[in-house]
Design a protein around this ligand. Structure first.
Ligand code: TXA
Ligand code: MG
Length: 319
């Protein structure tokens, strides 16, 4: 299969919308990471997403909508909590888990009775979703287990020849995925930390932690975000020293930190705060592979705000 490169022009987005309606796979940018889109109500189309990504079949997909008013096309028993969160955070990086309508294919839901839904905050994503006119299931557009893609080039590095098209909308601004929240009850239960913080949700540290029940949050049990080199997390302020120490032992070392890279260490990214690390983390892990380093040292950030999601991803990348 030849993967078509689409631009974010009206003509190309109309083409992307037609491809999606016809059951084909189209990757597209969102504010968080690139998604690999398929017709959410077409079981064959969704099955081909799992095949293209090598994704375990028990890990359900997020359904993307052009507007909150479309919720009733895929969900039922929409709670007052869900309506409030949708009103406050959509379009945006918050995914709501609700009871699914029976028309949503089981493969989209990973066999669960619920469906995950969000309205992304990205002009190209919204234009494509409107052009398609259907609910679009979209996991991150990487091979399963790899760092999520934040550019069209990252998508092609993993999926060229395996998907029908990719819409190039430049670099994703946020860089970590949406927060997944079970919105069936009276208070939000965080199933995956993400770009909308607990502070944003007003649940702070007092709230119950990420659901210990893995069946409720299937994605969290699989291997994730790993580049094909080692990833080491360093304490704040200690990353450059640690990188130099590893380099002195003869290893090829990359550094992602607040400080500049010392002599003999590959500079893979500098940031000033957790949001900055979020924006460059996945790209720097892919750059580490391209630079052929043995190990990439990444400086930790505080686990407040978006730092929680970033440290969650970083720990998984480090295995
Ligand atoms: O920012 C994002 O969320 C990106 C962009 C493309 O929207 N998408 C994304 O999709 O990260 P994915 O497939 O990589 O992650 C989806 C997460 C997984 O952890 C999955 O288990 C969870 O959402 N999920 C999906 N449906 C669910 C459901 N019905 N119940 C609980 N968790 C669900
Ligand atoms: Mg993913």
């Amino acid at each position: 299969m030849t993967t078509r490169r689409l631009a974010s022009t009206d003509d190309d987005l109309a083409t992307g919308g037609e491809l999606l309606r016809a059951g084909h796979l189209v990757a597209f940018p969102t504010e968080t990471v690139y998604g690999l889109g398929a017709h959410a109500m077409d079981a064959d189309a969704v099955r081909s997403v799992f095949a293209a990504k090598d994704r375990p079949a028990d890990n359900p997909l997020i359904v993307h909508l052009a507007e909150a008013d479309d919720l009733g096309r895929v969900a039922q028993d929409v709670t007052p909590l869900a309506r409030r969160l949708a009103g406050e955070f959509w379009p945006g990086p918050l995914t709501l888990v609700l009871n699914a309508l029976p028309e949503v294919p089981a493969i989209t839901r990973g066999g669960l009775g619920t469906v995950a839904i969000r309205v992304p905050d990205h002009p190209v994503a919204l234009a494509l979703l409107s052009a398609a006119g259907i609910p679009v299931a979209a996991p991150s557009a990487n091979r399963s287990g790899r760092p999520s893609p934040t550019t069209a080039e990252h998508v092609l590095a993993d999926l060229d020849g395996r998907i029908d098209a990719v819409v190039d909308g430049g670099r994703c601004i946020v860089g970590v995925e949406s927060t997944v929240v079970d919105a069936r009850g009276e208070v939000p239960v965080v199933l995956r930390e993400g770009a909308v913080t607990r502070e944003d949700l007003g649940i702070g540290r007092a709230a119950p932690d990420a659901a210990p029940d893995l069946a409720a949050s299937p994605g969290t049990r699989h291997r994730h975000y790993r580049p094909d080199c080692r990833v080491e997390v360093a304490d704040p302020g200690d990353a450059a020293r640690r990188a130099a120490e590893l380099a002195a032992r003869g290893q090829r070392v990359g550094l992602v930190a607040r400080e500049p890279a010392p002599e003999g260490v590959e500079a893979l990214g500098r940031f000033t705060d957790a949001g900055g690390l979020a924006a460059l983390l996945y790209g720097s892990l892919r750059d580490a592979e391209d630079a052929d380093v043995d190990v990439v040292v990444v400086e930790a950030v505080d686990e407040t705000g978006v730092g929680r999601a970033v440290m969650d991803r970083l720990r998984r990348a480090a295995g």
